[in-house]
Write a protein that binds this ligand. Sequence first.
Ligand code: FMN
Length: 393
Amino acid sequence: MRLRRCAGLWFEPRESSAFDLDELLAGGSGVVTRVAWLVHAPHLDAAIEVDAGEVAMLGGVSPEEWIDGARLRADLGDSRVRRWLRQGLLVGRRGSKAGLREADDRYRQQHWHGLAAQLHARSRWHGEDAVQGMAQSGTDTAPGLRERHGPPPPVLVDRGDHASPVALPRVDPTAFDRLLDARSSCRNFDRSALLPMAQFARVMWRAFGARAVVPAAADFEVLKKAVPSGGAMHPTEAYVVVQRVEGLEPGFYHYRPVEHALAPMPRGGAMDGLASFARVAVAGQQYFADAQVLVVLAPRFARNFWKYRDHAKAYRVCILDVGHLSQTLFLSATEQGLGAFITAAINEVDIEQAFGLTGYVDGPLAVCGFGLRADRMTTPELDPNHKAWPPSR
Ligand SMILES: Cc1cc2nc3c(=O)[nH]c(=O)nc-3n(C[C@H](O)[C@H](O)[C@H](O)COP(=O)(O)O)c2cc1C
């Protein structure tokens, strides 16, 4: 069998310290430090530990050329080669572990920049509770943050000739200023009200709808949307969790931007219900999970990376695209008198499992949501000028 190394490896020397009684009794500090070599590969679920000598051995196997397996076994040792094949660090051209080879092939087809792929893969969460974590560390309030971290960098910075700035004329506010003033992250959704279909449809259309399909070349179309997108590639898909919308069955949907329609999706994963999925998706932030509608923003990376191949900026462009979508959703919701939010504190892996996504092929970068505000604010929001509260309904 011919073998090669999987693509996109990164070796991390990770230092950890542990208490050791023997070390203390021997007159030392009692703290033993060790360095573990971890191998990260974006298409694998977790990092794999190797020893220091294996770093050079694995690094020395070509990720491109197929090498005779017998020769590799003779050079590196039979059991090591078997272990690495089992773990997916090596792949065979044929034979068992076809799933791992296919995953490696699929990863190669995406054209990720190697470091961006590592960042994306390793910053995904599975079953995290961000609220609990912050409460435990005492960083869930402004005073707690201040106590733990000291004061933040100042809110303003002086640059240039700041003693004699050129004053700009104040502009007369228009309806657009009033819209911007009323935008506020909503953490108080009405837990029982149904969102009217017209409002739901309007926000979806404005944030995600395609206003034109433009032929760019043979077999190459681009969409015109209300948001900019790097290379006009518009890679981001909107996966919708409908909880309470008039006339819509609660469930999972995929938004189709040209037809302005929702394709119902099967509910994957081991979730017992929509409400518990919503809570897991936003990492325990119940105030967001209460929204009538959640929208998972998940780029199909290869749509962007087709143009920006193996490009150091391409992943950044995908993230920026999601930010534009979010702000457009915010303003569209605000214009309708609705509340909206965005969060990056999400359990990407749980969301991928539920929607049948692959992470390195199409993975969530953020979750947005929108809906009707509650009558009363119980979870704090940043609305110092009272433009969002009380809600207009
Ligand atoms: C990318 C991004 C991620 C955010 N993630 C969270 C979050 O996890 N939880 C949360 O309560 N707010 C989150 N926010 C909302 C911010 O806390 C909020 O924008 C900020 O406090 C300012 O309030 P405003 O949006 O009402 O002006 C996020 C905002 C952005 C832009």
